[in-house]
Design a binder for this molecule. Structure first.
Ligand code: FAD
Length: 408
């Protein structure tokens, strides 16, 4: 038997420095692997610096699923990551006449947390960058992969391509994953994707300025605000800077029918008069015009791994429509489940020779694919069911609409 001192750490290459890739990198580094993290975009610290008002944001509702996952890597991680979040103890349902009703999430005071996706990503990235044993490469876009020879090729701006060998590759490169695309040439992999007819657009509700000049919230910040309107809805999640990020979910055809500023204002004023007053007509029209209309996709795959070579985590393996607010929560949970499987199967982070085939690792990855599948399919389906129910609810009583958005 080779003494531990003569063994070398296995090398894991994580593709994608989104929230899931960052948590995966942290998790493997903690376990003693050599970790390299490759990201196609520039360093997030540069792109997120400067005026936070000027950049677009998606706000996420982070629940205990994600908090437990972060705690499995580092007990204090969730506290540090969510320090810029706002706790949401209840949802506020706004009707079209301007009335509202608060509905508590939990009699024992449990809450979910509202946080800007970019800020959450930045916090996790900073943890990675300060973690010994992780090397991060920005502006490296995965071009092609060979999961038999364990070789990835990355493109760099105006520079020769870079070849990278690995013991294990983690595909955490999001819904349009290049790792998944390449994996399909190696693994007998089932794949299914579906776009829904709804799109979303972000609008910013500014802070109110008090008479003494200090900022305040325009709505109660400890609520997730919802304006359900049969086939479409507006939601608003608070930010620490007293603003709210509002998201309109509506059929693409409805959004496309709002061609002029007059038509847009008339439509919003009819369906969301109180929200228009808070957002401000000018802000609303500028944001609606300038911000992209995002599409919503559901992606299911199986298996999530190929041999002892590669595994998909996060949106790369399961992209869900956002009507349960669980996409990232599940992605971070993937990291926790994989960590547990590797530990239980006693996958040694140290090996005699890097690059050699490892049956124990393959067994662990296969086990992950098996035990994770039913849960991921269930949550994707529940998110989609909620969307379908909302679409059908055009002709149903209001309580069904409220039931349809029960997760919020
Ligand atoms: P991503 O965040 O997509 O990160 C992937 C990373 O990989 C990116 O940095 C990308 O640049 C990089 N990359 C891509 N291709 C390459 C390549 N070829 N080479 C190298 N790098 C590459 N989830 C929740 O839990 N709660 C919510 O309330 C919630 N609300 C949502 C609301 C909306 C409107 C939407 C659209 C989504 C919402 N989600 C929510 C889902 C959540 O945003 C995603 O599940 C989450 O961002 C996925 O994280 P990820 O790290 O897997 O992928």
């Amino acid at each position: 038997m080779i003494p531990t001192s003569q063994k070398v750490p296995r090398k894991v290459v994580v593709v994608g420095a989104g929230p899931v890739g960052c948590l995966a990198a942290l998790s493997f580094a903690k376990e003693g692997w050599e970790v390299e993290l490759y990201e196609a975009r520039p360093d997030l610290r540069e792109s997120l610096s400067g005026n936070t008002q000027a950049r677009r944001s998606v706000n996420l509702a982070i629940s205990s699923r994600a908090i437990v996952a972060m705690a499995s890597v580092d007990p204090a991680l969730a506290t540090r990551v969510l320090e810029d979040g706002v706790p949401l103890r209840a949802r506020m349902i706004h009707d079209v006449r301007g009335g509202s009703e608060s509905q508590a999430y939990d009699p024992h005071g449990q809450c979910i947390n509202s946080i800007d996706r970019g800020l959450l990503n930045l916090k996790l990235l900073e943890e990675v960058l300060s973690s010994p044993g992780v090397r991060v490469f920005f502006l490296h876009k995965l071009l092609k992969s060979n999961f038999d020879t364990k070789l990835l090729t990355f493109a760099k701006d105006d520079e020769p391509n870079v070849d990278v060998y690995f013991d294990l590759c983690i595909g955490a490169d999001g819904s349009y994953s290049a790792v998944r695309r390449d994996m399909m040439r190696f693994a007998k992999m089932n794949y299914e994707q579906e776009y829904i007819t709804h799109e979303y657009v972000e609008l910013r509700m500014p802070a109110r300025t008090r008479t003494d000049g200090s900022p305040s919230y325009r709505l109660d910040p400890n609520h997730l605000h919802i304006w359900p309107r049969h086939s479409f809805m507006l939601i608003a999640l608070p930010n620490k800077d007293y603003t709210f990020t509002c998201t309109l979910f509506a059929p693409a055809a409805t959004l496309a029918s709002l061609r002029t500023r007059e038509e847009t204002l008339a439509w919003f004023s009819t369906h969301f008069p109180d929200a228009v007053a808070h957002i401000g007509e000018q802000n609303l029209l500028d944001d609606f015009e300038a911000n992209p209309k995002g599409s919503l996709i559901c992606i299911k795959t199986h298996p999530y791994h190929y041999k002892d070579s590669v595994i998909l985590l996060g949106d790369a393996s399961h992209s869900m429509v956002p009507f349960y607010g669980q996409g990232l929560n599940c992605g971070l949970e993937d990291v926790r489940v994989l960590r547990n499987v590797l530990r239980n199967d006693k996958v040694d982070p140290l090996v005699e020779r890097s690059g050699a085939y490892d049956a124990t690792l393959e067994l662990a990855l296969r086990q992950y694919s098996t035990i994770r599948h039913d849960d991921l399919i269930a949550i994707c389906d529940m998110a989609m069911d909620n969307y379908v129910e909302m679409r059908h609810s055009v002709t149903t009583p209001t309580y069904r609409i409220l039931k349809a958005i029960d997760h919020f």
